[in-house]
Design a protein around this ligand. Structure first.
Ligand SMILES: [Zn+2]
Length: 467
């Protein structure tokens, strides 16, 4: 068995506290308290793992590398391998489906498309349920068990639902999922049904589902696993640790992620910050977040911030102006009022990154380009490559910079989108004069099926034309 990294870190008796992110409040609560917002001021919470800087950071690196080769479930999981940096005691009932350990691909065609000499894509769609949500859900369902709840609940555009359904089933908990009726891709819904969750479709949008879930959180038998849940952020922050191992501890200049509810960017920012605080890295990568134009409340706010406000990231505006009726075909990030915006924006500003928005057409073409690199992803993931192209054009990213984009979902999460793009029948409400009459989009890389005569000559002629 590899050396337990926990020994390398000095920690106080409790493996952390839940702390209000409002610096003026700063209230701290025990990890056992089942709260999702600060009871004093209503702000979101984050977990302070109270990690002390180790004398020898290399010991941690070596023990993680050894753990990666171990066959024990705790070490084979790309979340629990980093147990020493997570707010769980030694005796916690760790829930795992062998999440994490996702690949980092070289993407030469996407790099050229963006104007970069090199681009790497870390693909969180290679997780057990096909999305990045699984790393966080492993941690959240473990905490649900610790809390004594019997049901786990979430509101979701799809990926969270599929992940919750799978991890709740693995933990032996009942799962209930609230979805906006008619707004989710069928493959994600199919996953939730297959994992045995109770799926409740409501008339209303995602934000309405979120409000209901927060009300239900008062019931002691119910554990809320939305991205407001700080334990999910803890599981998701391990992506930063794993990425740095895969980069052989050479910090990339830029890490770029899609932005919906902003939990992913919050988690990555927290992960990198902890590595910096522990002395495992010397600087932060610039963290940039890309939203879809029709669902870009944080990008709008970022644009309005003065240079002084950008430098003073502890004193961000109190409120985010929500997008009332978010519109994007990238359903995984179709969110008008992201709950984790403040934590994410702080992380972006602290690192020197940006939050920008990209159009439906830019997302669609970037997705097809990622596909040409033999890497499938769902539409939301492709905001990264679309955003990197813009950030290179604007000079924020240098052509020779070391850039990693984090893809969040598997291509088969939304096969309809791909078929419609390549057949030329994709239409988008965002950007259309009248949203009721969606605008057709003809992709730059459309690859429609060809009708061909059943002869060898006809097939060869077609192959030649493709060149
Ligand atoms: Zn507070």
């Amino acid at each position: 068995m590899p050396g337990r990294p926990a020994r390398a870190l000095k920690r106080l008796a409790e493996p952390g506290v839940q702390r209000c992110i409002n610096r003026a409040c700063g209230a701290a609560y025990s990890l056992r308290e089942r709260i999702y917002l600060c009871p004093k001021c209503g702000e979101t919470l984050e977990i302070d793992c109270r990690l002390a800087r180790p004398k020898n950071p290399d010991f941690l690196r070596r023990s993680w590398a050894a753990g990666a080769k171990s066959k024990l479930p705790r070490d084979a999981s790309g979340v629990w391998r980093y147990h020493a940096l997570l707010p769980f005691g030694e005796d916690a009932p760790l829930v795992t489906l062998f999440e994490g350990n996702t690949p980092v691909f070289q993407a030469p065609r996407s790099a050229e498309y963006c104007g970069l000499s090199d681009l790497r894509l870390k693909h969180q769609g290679y997780n057990p349920t096909g999305s990045f949500k699984d790393t966080g859900m492993a941690a959240a369902m473990t905490q649900a068990l610790i809390s004594g709840a019997s049901t786990a609940i979430c509101a979701s555009t799809g990926n969270t639902a599929a992940s919750l359904a799978a991890y709740a089933a693995r933990a032996g908990l009942k799962a209930a999922i609230l979805l906006p009726h008619g707004q989710v891709s069928s493959s994600k819904l199919a996953q939730s049904l297959d994992y045995g969750a109770l799926v409740l479709e409501i008339d209303g949008n995602f934000d309405a589902c979120m409000r209901l879930v927060q009300e239900l959180g008062d019931d002691p038998s119910i554990y809320v696993a939305n991205s407001i849940n700080p334990f999910r952020i803890e599981g998701q922050k391990t992506v930063a640790f794993e990425l740095m191992e895969q980069c052989l501890w050479q910090v990339p200049h830029h890490v770029v992620v899609p932005g919906g509810n902003m939990g992913n960017s919050t988690a990555l920012g927290k992960g990198f910050q902890e590595l910096l605080d522990l002395g495992l890295i010397k600087r932060l990568p610039k963290l940039s977040v890309i939203q879809a134009e029709g669902a870009a409340p944080v990008a709008h706010l970022f644009e309005k911030l003065s240079p002084k406000q950008r430098a003073d990231f502890e004193n961000l505006p109190e409120k985010l102006e929500p997008v009332e009726n978010p519109q994007t075909l990238a359903t995984a990030i179709k969110i008008g009022a992201p709950v984790s915006w403040k934590k994410a924006l702080r992380a972006v500003l602290r690192s020197g990154g940006k939050v920008i928005a990209v159009s439906e057409r830019e997302i669609a073409d970037a997705k097809a380009m990622i596909g040409r690199d033999s890497i499938g992803c769902e539409p939301a993931s492709a905001t990264t490559v679309a955003g990197i192209k813009k950030l290179v054009a604007s000079g924020h990213i240098g052509r020779r910079d070391d850039v990693v984009a984090v893809l969040t979902g598997h291509a088969l999460k939304d096969p309809d989108y791909m078929i419609r793009y390549h057949e030329g029948t994709l239409t988008a409400a965002h950007g259309a004069k009248d949203p009721a009459t969606p605008k057709p989009m003809v992709g730059a890389f459309a690859n429609a099926p060809q009708r061909v005569a059943a002869t060898k000559a006809a097939i060869l002629a077609n192959l030649e034309r493709r060149a």
